[in-house]
Design a protein around this ligand. Structure first.
Ligand SMILES: Cc1cc2nc3c(=O)[nH]c(=O)nc-3n(C[C@H](O)[C@H](O)[C@H](O)COP(=O)(O)OP(=O)(O)OC[C@H]3O[C@@H](n4cnc5c(N)ncnc54)[C@H](O)[C@@H]3O)c2cc1C
Length: 397
């Protein structure tokens, strides 16, 4: 017997979950209490700003709001984790064993950060030069350690195997560190060592070429196919796997971007594809097997970049199709794979990458967005955040 029942249940109150909830409530199709959002997280974060918080542009506090302030009025908030999906019975089970019955389900539980996949890292994050922009708790440590850099130091940066959320973020902090050191007359005396698990700097050829130029201009020579596997924190040594060999590097600052994967409770569920992601049609966002389930964002199987910008275009498609399904109409809205990545290249410039499925360029502005520009920095640093809180999360943008 279910403990509670709702017309629509949304799993995850992050970017995707709140965007969908807001649009659903705006549609006028739901009465108070007919929609529930399940997530134990007390706070909601605007994660894209963490890149520049780590470089000292903002205090991390500006990226956080109380979950209560972003969950739309009329939506019930269930403060638990979902532990199991039972799609044949239209049920989800919570971590306290309660069963929630739904007519329609949207899964937006984000991506899982697998810190434990790097041996020796646990307990050492935020200490002795180890930091990460991928965690609200430690993002300020990046800036704290960067400020302490002195001549002769070795700054090591990492990028794990794909997929990760915001594939551009690991390199943005490298460019910001470079610029910070230049401004302080230290760049010539400090080594920046950028190690990427993959074979290239970016997936989309147009932006890859532009970023290779940025690297060249900054005299940065990334080490491709170098995957961080272990940290020996007491000795300040990072160990990378490179073509079957283990390479040890001494560091003074180690910026770790952790490996990521689909959340475990999705991986082991009947709604996952072979890779562990929620198995949805890439155009309609409807589950391939269970027609009353939809998914968007980082936990979905959508073959595009895992970004909030992608969710901005996915949410209206999902909502339109779900409302059509409820009315018995065919699903006509199509997602074209749009994603965007503001690739910050210094404290005053940014390349705005915008692309769709198969790397199709989908730029908004009437100029070449692969060129680093001040206008795109202004967009990234000052305009996108209010657009997120007051546009996207309110179902307006
Ligand atoms: C450093 C950094 C820089 C970034 N830069 C950019 C950028 O410049 N541009 C851009 O567009 N994007 C950027 N992103 C990516 C963007 O923030 C994410 O892609 C986006 O937030 C994903 O939204 P989501 O709804 O899929 O997941 P999230 O917003 O992460 O939300 C997932 C929610 O699900 C909840 N949850 C997890 N498991 C369960 C469970 N079992 N039961 C219930 N709830 C659960 C979590 O508590 C969380 O609240 C960046 C991210 C980071 C970390």
């Amino acid at each position: 017997m279910p403990n509670q029942r709702y017309r629509l249940v949304i799993v995850g109150s992050g970017t995707g979950g709140v965007s969908v909830a807001a649009r659903m409530m705006k549609s006028g199709q739901f009465k108070q209490g007919e929609v529930a959002i399940i997530d134990p997280a007390k706070n909601h974060y605007y994660q894209p700003l963490w890149t520049i918080v780590g470089a000292g542009v903002y205090d991390k506090k500006v990226t956080k709001k109380k979950q209560n302030d972003v969950i739309p009025n009329g939506v019930e908030w269930i403060k638990h984790l979902v532990s199991e999906f039972k799609p044949d019975e239209n049920l989800v089970m919570l971590d306290n064993g309660d069963l929630i019955l739904y007519e329609y389900l949207v899964v937006a539980a984000g991506i899982q950060i697998d810190w434990n996949k790097i041996a020796g890292l646990e307990g050492n994050l935020g200490k002795n030069g180890i930091c990460s922009n991928y965690s609200f708790d430690y993002v300020d440590k990046t800036w704290e350690f960067l400020k302490k850099t002195k001549a002769g130091d070795n700054l090591v940066f990492t990028q794990p195997p794909m997929p990760i959320k915001c594939a551009g973020a690991p390199q943005k902090i490298v460019y910001l560190a470079d610029d910070f050191l230049r401004k302080n007359g230290l760049r010539e005396h400090v080594k920046i060592d950028f190690n990427l698990a993959g074979p290239g700097i970016f997936g989309v050829p147009k932006y890859k070429a532009a970023l290779e130029k940025v690297l060249e201009e900054k005299k940065l020579q990334p080490n491709y196919e170098h995957n961080l596997v272990e940290v020996r924190a007491a000795e300040k040594i990072a160990i990378f796997e490179h073509k079957g060999e283990r390479i040890e590097k001494k560091y003074d600052l180690l910026h770790v971007v952790p490996p990521m994967s689909s959340p475990d409770f999705i991986k082991r569920s009947p709604i996952a594809d072979e890779g562990g992601w929620v198995d949805v049609d890439k155009y309609s966002l409807q589950h391939k097997k269970f027609s009353n389930i939809f998914s968007l964002g980082d936990c979905s199987s959508l073959p595009t970049s895992k970004t909030g910008a992608a969710i901005r275009k996915q949410a209206p498609v999902l909502v339109k199709n779900l409302l059509s399904l409820m009315k018995g109409d065919s699903l006509s809205a199509k997602y074209d794979g749009y994603a965007s990545c503001p690739l910050v290249t210094s404290y005053s410039t940014c390349i705005l990458a915008e692309f769709g499925y198969d790397g199709k360029i989908m730029e908004t502005f009437p100029f070449d967005q692969a060129k680093p520009r001040r206008s795109m920095w202004i967009l990234k640093a000052y305009l996108l955040s209010p657009m997120y809180w007051y546009g996207m999360l309110k179902g307006r943008a």
